[in-house]
Design a protein around this ligand. Structure first.
Ligand code: TXA
Ligand code: MG
Length: 310
């Protein structure tokens, strides 16, 4: 089906799982309370957790936000479309049912051709945003392929709902979330847009120790978890899954799930490798984490939470 038709399907209240450059999202018309409510049902997610609104372009900010700081606009101009979500003060169009009752709203322009086309067609028929969390059951690993979406939530969808296939996600980890309500930006969830990139763009220093009072479900300790127990920075023993940079040899009897050659590739394939371990019925997966800055920080953040998952 074309994105013109898919936009109609959304407008009629169905859910559409769609690809982005980070992970797949489970989308609904952000102005349709009933449709958005079904996202929470399908995900098994608590009602007070806010959703990210995916928009076609920076021009949609003013529809959803009441006031936007200058540094937030600078970030949007620099990094959208891209793997970055901005938390800003909401307008009256962003209702409690998408913000979890908070007075802020999360906005993002995804960098994926199919998603952008769908968003543009949606806009033409009065759907100003697609509200979408990652298309997994609450607390699980985010899906990075259409097949993984089907595996996660396929049985919870109804007949009119759709899963679009846009290939494997390029980044592989969820967007950087930046609280833009204060005098300076604050990172709520690390991702591919890193602290040095944000500081360079805004010319502002980010205080890592200030505590935001904003709630992010992805910052819950237990999150992003496969069924298998995840062990960090230990050698796998026989029969255990093993994920490590390519230059580290597989311990005897361990089941190699991934051998990324770069940190970017590590991010790209991590979630698929964890899923692979689950589908092989492994009870334990040992992961040797990438060192360094950049997206390695986001990888270690997700792995730390995955390791708390049982
Ligand atoms: O890359 C991504 O961000 C993916 C793709 C689909 O865009 N989406 C995603 O959504 O990861 P989700 O719902 O799984 O995680 C979004 C996080 C949640 O932890 C939520 O609490 C937080 O964003 N969030 C959304 N709106 C917020 C707001 N107004 N204030 C604080 N946190 C917010
Ligand atoms: Mg999620």
């Amino acid at each position: 089906m074309s994105q013109v038709e898919n936009a109609r399907v959304l407008k009629n209240g169905a859910l559409i799982a769609f690809p982005t450059e980070t992970v797949y999202g489970l989308g609904a018309d952000a102005g349709n309370e009933k449709a958005v409510g079904r996202i929470y049902q399908v995900k098994g997610r608590p009602q007070d957790h806010p959703l990210i609104l995916h928009i076609a372009s920076i021009n949609e900010i003013t529809y959803w936000a009441s006031s936007v700081r200058e540094y937030a606009l600078a970030l949007a101009r620099e990094f959208w479309p891209g793997p970055m979500t901005l938390i800003v003060k909401r307008s009256e169009n962003a209702k409690d049912f998408v913000t979890g009752g908070q007075d802020t709203v999360g906005l993002r322009v995804p960098d994926h051709a199919l998603a952008l086309e769908l968003l543009k067609e949606c806009k033409k028929i009065g759907v100003h945003a697609i509200a979408a969390p990652s298309a997994n059951r609450f607390g699980h690993v985010s899906p990075t392929t259409a097949a993984a979406v089907r595996e996660e939530i396929g049985t919870y969808l109804s007949e009119q709902d759709l899963i679009l296939d846009g290939g494997a996600a390029q980044v592989g980890l969820e967007s950087t979330i930046i609280d833009c309500t204060g005098d300076a930006p604050q990172i709520l969830r690390p991702g591919a847009i890193t602290q040095p990139m944000i500081e360079k763009c805004t010319g502002m220093h980010i205080n890592e120790n200030s505590v935001s009072d904003i709630r992010v479900s992805g910052s819950l300790e237990k999150h992003y978890s496969p069924n298998a127990q995840v062990l960090l920075d230990v050698q796998a023993t026989s029969g255990q899954g093993f994920i490590a940079p390519a230059d580290i040899a597989t311990p005897p009897g361990a089941i190699r799930l991934a051998s990324p050659r770069t940190t970017d590739e590590f991010a790209q394939i991590l979630y698929a490798a964890l899923r692979d371990g689950d589908s092989q019925g492994l009870t334990t997966i040992a992961v040797i984490q990438p060192s360094g800055d950049g997206i390695a920080i986001a990888i270690r953040d997700r792995l730390m939470r995955a390791s708390k998952g049982r």
